[in-house]
Design a protein around this ligand. Sequence first.
Ligand code: FAD
Length: 407
Amino acid sequence: MKAMYDVLVIGAGPAGSIAAKTAAEKGLTVLLIEKRQEIGDPVRCAEGVSKEYLKKHVEIDKKWICADLKGARIYAPDGTKIEMAEEIAGGEVGYVLERKIFDRALAEKASKAGAEVRVKTRAIGLIIEEDFVKGARLMQLGKEYDVHARIVIGADGIESKVGRWAGIDTSLKPIDIETCVQYLVAGVDINQEYCEFYIGNEIAPGGYIWIFPKGEGKANVGIGIIGSKMGKFKPRPVDYLNSFLEKKFPHAKVVEMVFGGVPVSGSIEKTSTNGLILIGDAARQSDPITGGGILNAMDVGKIAGEAAFAAISGGDVSNEKLEEVYEKRWRSTIGHAIDLSLIVKNCFINLNDVDLNSLAFSLKDVKFERMSLLDLLHALFKANKKLLWDLRVLFKDAAKEVAKSKM
Ligand SMILES: Cc1cc2nc3c(=O)[nH]c(=O)nc-3n(C[C@H](O)[C@H](O)[C@H](O)COP(=O)(O)OP(=O)(O)OC[C@H]3O[C@@H](n4cnc5c(N)ncnc54)[C@H](O)[C@@H]3O)c2cc1C
């Protein structure tokens, strides 16, 4: 490990690895550090991603694909089923990945591009001089080192400390977090071509249960519940999941269990400061409705790598410059989608099961494979006038988007 790099990336998830790869490809010296001994392990993810979107970032390698899905099935509390083709089912439906292999492959790509990768290396604090982040204090195998960098990229996931150390407010209220539990189950007779989502206040208050097939009779079966709907005397997410499993797959064998949180807060106010960029879950850039964050993390990783190059080669790593080359870019792309999702999330978490059933009923005969998102919203609103009123802001924004795209 050298004492000075152009870029130090903290955290080797999808966001960090893509940022490191992009910056290294531009010719910058890059150090990518990961606190765990194995990149990608343990997995805290249902591992679903949209095919087309993923292809924008990497060439698909069969080694890290467990299942190739045709679409998604959503079940309302009364069992009404809505079926969506993969292309319109959102950022989490398409392939089910093996993230233990996928995350490592992304870090290898960063390494091939010239980045130095160090595992079992944890950032324990930032070096801040004259109001600029100048590097970080690292701990590797019990020893502490200072590593200086022109830009530090914080990609340290939902439990991020980097943002806080730099004075950025990344705090999350209970309503901003989905608390998740997931089992990898084996021995289940499950359709391997569709993932399934179960919604309803009895099943998963303010969230949903998912089943993502993983091939060979295996599946990720998990639940996410919004923090504001949990309480000392209420069932825990694991209790809801166990009772679902007992009914749905009484003979399933649980071979892995993970607990984790997903930020569903929507965009935070600030994701950069002098000498520092925050990306991925650390910057709360996952989708507020689904909690999906892999592809957003990869998108912002790329923007951050390019931004680091622009700032360093221009000799200006001030927050003003980083706002121009990073903040503005991500806010005008995925930031916009995140803001719209937040509006929808805030509306959906207040729906009772009767509303959810009526929504699902109004959509059950729609041919989703031929539908655009706007057509879908139109069909929803036509049948549900109250929802139309609650989501009027979204409609206004969608209309603006359509107008912009026609200019
Ligand atoms: C149960 C569950 C299911 C999910 N399912 C999906 C899904 O199906 N599809 C989807 O798109 N998204 C899903 N997500 C969300 C997705 O996993 C995240 O959005 C995504 O991993 C974010 O990528 P990231 O690179 O920002 O952070 P992470 O993948 O969390 O990577 C952060 C890395 O930083 C490391 N790190 C942390 N602190 C330090 C430190 N101090 N020093 C060095 N390293 C550090 C961590 O060990 C970690 O490897 C799910 C999340 C959960 C919890």
